[in-house]
Design a protein around this ligand. Sequence first.
Ligand code: AMP
Length: 382
Amino acid sequence: MKPVLPGATIGVLGSGQLGRMFTIAARRMGYRVHTYSPDSDTPTGQVADVEVTAAYDDLDQVCAFAKQVSVVTFEFENVPAATAAAAERCAPVRPRRSILHITQQRIREKAFLKTAGLPLTPYREVRSRDDLRRALGELGTPAVLKSASFGYDGKGQFTIQSADQMEAAWAAAGGQEAVLEAFIDFACELSVVGARAAGGEFVHWGAIENQHRRHILDVSIAPARVMEKVAREAVEIARAVLEKLEVVGVLCVEFFVTGSGGLLINELAPRPHNSGHLTIDACITSQFEQQLRAVCGLPLGSTEMIRPAAMANLLGDLWMEAEPAWASALTLPDIKLHLYGKLEPRPGRKMGHLTALKRGVGEAVEAAIGARGALGSRSGSG
Ligand code: AMP
C-alpha cells in the first residue's frame, strides 16, 4: 500500500463528533479533509476543508466525492452498504467495506464472533414473535431485546423483566429482526480500542473502564481498575478481533466483566470510540491520529499514556436549564473541555466531553465528575 502523505486529501463519510476529532488530528498533520453527509454546518463540516451535503443514496455524488480524495474512511458504521460500495469503486476505502457489513448488524456481528471462537453474551436470533417466545424460554428473564440494525446508545433496546413483557418488547424492537441477549449482571464494563496497520502491526491503549447511564456512556476511566490478568486478556481478545477482521484502522471492542473476572464481548465498533476520547489528552498518540496513520499507510504512533485520565460525557440535558457554567469547570486544574459544535442540545445528545488528567485514576474520576457538576448539571454525577 502506497502511503497517503501529508498534503493529501482524506474523505470522511459521516459528519458527527468522531469525524470532527479525526479531522482536527488530520489537519494538524497537514492533510485536507472532505466530509460527506446529508446535513450541513455539522461537527465535522465546521472543521473540514470541504463539507459536501448530499444524500447517502445519491451514489453519483458519493463517487464524485471519493474521486476528490486519496482515501475514504467513515466515522459511523451505519453508512449504507451501497454508499460504501460506490465509494470503493472510486477510491480506496479503509477499513474495508466487509467490516462495516458485519458490524452494522448484530446478528452478523455475533455470528462472526461465535465462529471466531470469541466469548460473547449468550444470545438467540429473533425474527418473529415465535422466535422471541422460544428465546425467552431458553434464556429466561431478565433479558435484553436489541434490534439487529441501527442500534446504538440503547436505541432499539428493551429490557424484558418478565415473560409478560414480551409483546411490549416486540413492539419496541419495531417487530423487526433482533437478538435476545441474556441480561449480564456484570461487575463492570471495559473497552479496548485497538488499531491495526496495513502491514498487520497492532497497538492498543489498554483496558478502559466504562460506566453507562440510561444505556449511554457516561464516564470512561483509564487505566481500568481491574486485575492485570483481566486487562491483558481483554487486549488479547481485541487483538484477535482486529486480526480476524483484517482491520486497517481503529476498532473498539466493548466487554462485560462478570463477577468471576470472565470477559464477554458486548459489541464492536469499527472506528474510534467514545471511550477512547481520553486518548486525545492522555496519550502520546490519540485514537484519531492513529486512525489517520493507519488509513494513510503510515507507521502507527506510540499509545503510551502520559497520565491517568477520566472522561465525562456532556449530554444535551446539561443545557436544559441554562448554558453550562464553562468558567466554573475550567478554573479546576487539569481539566480539558471538548465541545462538538452541535447547534441544538437535546436530552441524551452527546454535545461534548471533559477529560481530567491526574496522578491517580481515583482522583481523575473525582475531578471529571466534579468538573461536570460545576457546569451546573442536574445530571452531574453518579
Ligand atoms: P449497547 O447499545 O448494546 O452497547 O448497550 C448499551 C449498554 O446497555 C451497555 O453498555 C450496558 O450497560 C447495557 N446492556 C446492554 N446489553 C446488556 C446485557 N445483555 N446485559 C446487561 N446490560 C446490558
